[in-house]
Ligand binder design. Structure first.
Ligand code: FES
Length: 250
């Protein structure tokens, strides 16, 4: 082995920023965190949603958020920050009003995900893991979002933007910057990242059914099966009801 140091390529792998003690966690937030803890037979199971709620108040995992979660759950602050720094959905620095994710996993990459990330990064003037100086956008490279049939995918506050191109992404970012309404391809109208974090914490905003839930590409197999009268084999049977290939519609 040479004397080279191992170079980490995870710019966000540092700990929580304890130098920033600002917080918006108030009595209402503490009551809601307690409410989340009360939803589980073992209160500790509530830690993940509680951390999402901390993010909805503070825009990041704040030192005060860690302290309050630890107090409510009766665990150490080290245990809370260990969880908060393990999962990439928890931010140690303030995320933007709109958090943009671009998928560059295999299928999205093949369909242009890397170019999309490069163009979005250029457009926003920031690299992945950064937030714009005006606090409007933050950018992250994300792993497969289970939407490969709509690759390449861009996420805005965890809502899907399907079949993205640099031009479509630019239009969406311009609209968001101008405060105009933007509709997810298969989800609700875009609000902001903190509101989305509140929903992830388990506080329903009543908009879960806005927008189509399944797109044409996801339903293609089902539609083909229905057109061709294919059905699943009965339980215990090994014979499917699909007609012989020669009988199928061409
Ligand atoms: S590879 Fe991007 S959603 Fe699956």
């Amino acid at each position: 082995m040479s004397g080279h140091e191992f170079q980490s390529y995870f710019p966000e792998s540092g700990g929580v920023d304890y130098s920033d003690t600002s917080t918006a966690i108030d009595d209402r937030a503490i009551a809601e965190l307690r409410q989340l803890a009360g939803r589980y037979p073992q209160a500790r199971s509530a830690l993940l949603p509680m951390l999402h709620l901390v993010q909805s108040y503070d825009g990041r995992i704040s030192p005060r958020g860690i302290e309050v979660c630890a107090e409510i759950l009766g665990i150490s602050t080290a245990q809370v920050s260990g969880v908060a720094t393990f999962y990439t959905m928890y931010h140690r620095r303030p995320a933007g009003k709109h958090h943009i994710g671009v998928c560059t996993t295999a299928l999205c990459a093949v369909m242009g995900g890397d170019i999309l990330l490069e163009k979005v990064s250029e457009k926003l003037g920031i690299h992945e893991g950064e937030t714009t100086p005006d606090g409007l956008f933050s950018l992250e490279r994300v792993e497969c979002n289970a939407a490969c049939d709509f690759a390449p995918i861009m996420m805005v506050n965890w809502e899907f933007m399907d079949n993205m191109t640099p031009a479509k992404a630019t239009e969406i970012l311009d609209k968001l910057a101008a405060g105009q309404e933007v509709q997810s391809s298969r989800g609700a109208t875009i609000t902001d990242w903190r509101s989305a974090e509140r929903v992830l914490a388990g506080f329903d905003d009543g908009r879960a059914d806005e927008g189509p839930t399944a797109g044409e590409a996801s339903l293609r197999g089902l539609n083909l099966a229905q057109e061709r009268n294919w059905t699943a084999p009965a339980p215990g049977s090994t014979t499917a009801s699909a007609p012989a290939p020669s009988q199928e519609k061409k």
